[in-house]
Design a protein. Structure first.
Length: 186
């Protein structure tokens, strides 16, 4: 799938600000499968932990993950019923067959943040978590008025190590650690 089609697919779920461009595009491995990573930022500048959108797709262009830390939304959080319904609707729109294997687990109130002009911007979100019959965890994170902050599918947990096993290409701090590991090995 070409970049224009990927962007059209992304726009079904989130708004990409007009001044955001692709600043990074790369193939990596996630859960032992090839994926494509797309990073959008303001004015085409790659900056860690600043406003950004990161999208991970499988090799066919199907969305596996979206992280939308592009701006601070205004409004109010949805009530729990509305949040759960919106999350289910999102998973159905992504892949209705896959969504049939999901089971609701819980909703947590959490916070997300990004750095803007040297200041850390924190904001509340609703994290709506599901299990899947394939053993993975899946979630949608919503901000004010139900704006999508995260979509995550097929996240695997390593119970022996007590941490996530799926590579976190949408997490800047994780990526920095991964880069350090790779450069120290070579």
């Amino acid at each position: 799938m070409n970049d224009i089609k990927i962007i059209d697919e992304i726009k079904k779920f989130i708004k990409i600000p007009k001044n955001f461009n692709i600043v990074y595009k790369k193939e990596e491995i996630r859960n032992n499968e090839k994926v494509k990573i797309y990073r959008f930022q303001e004015s085409g500048r790659f900056e860690i932990n600043t406003p950004r959108i990161i999208v991970i797709t499988d090799i066919y262009g199907n969305i596996e993950s979206i992280k939308n830390l592009s701006c601070l939304y205004k409004g109010e959080l949805l009530n729990s019923q509305e949040a759960k319904k919106k999350a289910i609707d999102i998973f159905n729109e992504l892949d209705e067959c896959y969504a049939k294997g999901l089971s609701f687990i819980r909703i947590e109130n959490q916070n997300r943040s990004f750095i803007k002009e040297g200041n850390t911007i924190n904001f509340p979100v609703q994290w709506i978590k599901f299990g899947h019959e394939n053993g993975s965890y899946n979630w949608v994170t919503l901000s004010f008025d139900g704006e999508i902050i995260e979509i995550e599918r097929n996240s695997i947990w390593d119970y022996l190590k007590g941490r996530r096993a799926t590579e976190m290409w949408d997490n800047d701090d994780w990526v920095l650690c991964e880069i350090r590991k790779r450069t120290s090995i070579t």
